[in-house]
Write a protein that binds this ligand. Structure first.
Ligand SMILES: Cc1cc2nc3c(=O)[nH]c(=O)nc-3n(C[C@H](O)[C@H](O)[C@H](O)COP(=O)(O)O)c2cc1C
Length: 362
């Protein structure tokens, strides 16, 4: 059966073989920041499973900007060779690969040796351990993004994605609910988006015009003092002017790492909660828009792709449960087996992100 899901689309000059994207999922398994065999196996499974585009879990632009030693960082000596191995695995299977780059801001590890700056001062327990980021620290963040992106380009991946969502550094600047700064990084949306623009510009200058740069963008913070729709549109249009290649629309921020989930919880009976934002954005810009979150049936995916101007949809948790979902839906269109329980957030013991619900059912 032919389906719009399996038609190609383009990011810049690169053809993506279908419209089913693996969204970034933290790998939980780096060995002191380094890519492991288990991580390579996960990407092999995703590539074999048929996702046209695979976005890696967030990789830290500096060791000090990461959340824990189980997070891959782009700084270690063999990163380029290791990522190159993953890129080869995916390219051999006709897929495309993009690395998600991240500085965790006020979510970095509280241990010694990690950056201790955030958008504004931040208390952890009784102590104020994160200070308001200085301009020098922010300039270093932008420079680190550029260096990391260059390393990814050297590794032969197809592009990078800036993680601008889910309450980490860039999102915390964008949102008035967390940004109380009074300098040129706070206040108006032009100021709150300054760090994102600086990061984007630094990367583009480093990698040139042919390399794909995307962003995972938080269209709404889903809280009372959220970024407003017109502000999100302004930022995305500004990124379009600067030459961004795709925007993956997410939403929601969780500032507390002790929360059971650090992503908006969605349930199978309430699919695609952020499609309304993605579809609104796709009507206003020419840049390809990817819609993430809560896609669980082929019917909902096909409706989104055919009735709106989005280019693709992306999946997080469903591909942890079933990496072969994109291929499976070619012959068996039953819903994704993922029950959105978020227990994949407890994958530390497995040293790789994995479906804890599936383990219980075995
Ligand atoms: C365990 C876990 C890890 C995640 N890691 C990342 C990440 O590294 N980067 C990111 O942008 N989003 C991350 N997300 C969010 C997903 O990419 C996705 O936006 C979210 O799960 C909603 O999509 P879904 O309903 O298809 O799972 C993570 C989500 C979960 C549950």
């Amino acid at each position: 059966m032919s389906s719009i899901m399996y038609t190609p689309f383009h990011l810049r000059n690169i053809q993506i073989p279908n419209r089913l994207v693996a969204s970034a999922m933290f790998e939980y398994g780096a060995d002191n920041g380094k890519i492991t065999e288990k991580i390579k196996e996960r990407y092999l499974a995703l590539a074999d499973g048929g996702a046209g585009l695979i976005i890696t879990g967030m990789h830290a632009v500096s060791v000090s900007g990461s959340v824990a030693p189980v997070m891959v960082n782009t700084e270690y000596d063999n990163y380029v060779a290791d990522m190159s191995g993953i890129a080869d695995i995916i390219h051999e299977r006709n897929g495309k690969i993009i690395v998600q780059l991240q500085h965790c801001g006020g979510k970095t590890s509280t241990a010694e040796g990690y950056d201790k700056f955030a958008v504004c001062e931040k208390q952890v327990a009784e102590n104020c351990i994160y200070h308001e980021a200085t301009k020098d620290e922010l300039h270093k963040v932008a420079a680190d993004f550029a260096t990391s992106a260059l390393r990814c380009k050297e590794a032969g991946v197809d592009g990078i994605q800036i993680h601008g969502a889910h309450g980490y550094l860039i999102n915390s600047f964008l949102s008035p609910s967390t940004n109380y700064r009074t300098d040129e990084y706070g206040g108006s949306i032009e100021n709150r988006a300054r760090i994102l623009f600086e990061v984007y510009d630094a990367i583009r200058q480093a990698v040139g015009n042919e390399f794909i740069i995307g962003v995972k963008f938080p269209f709404s913070d889903l809280n009372e003092n959220s970024i407003k729709p017109e502000e999100s549109l302004f930022v995305c249009k500004e990124l379009e002017k600067r030459g961004i290649d795709f925007i993956e629309v997410s939403s929601g921020m969780v500032m507390d790492n002790s929360s059971a989930s650090f992503t908006p919880v969605v349930h199978n009976d309430r699919q695609a909660p952020f499609l309304k934002y993605a579809s609104q954005l796709a009507c206003q810009i020419a840049v390809p828009v990817i819609s993430v979150c809560g896609y669980r049936t082929p019917e909902v995916v096909e409706k989104a792709l055919s009735e709106t101007k989005i280019s693709a949809v992306s999946f997080g948790r469903p591909l942890v449960r079933e990496p072969n979902l994109p291929n499976r839906w070619k012959k068996d269109r039953s819903p994704a087996a993922c029950v959105s329980c978020n227990r994949c957030c407890n994958s530390f013991g497995d040293r790789i992100i994995s479906c804890q619900a599936a383990k219980v059912q075995k």
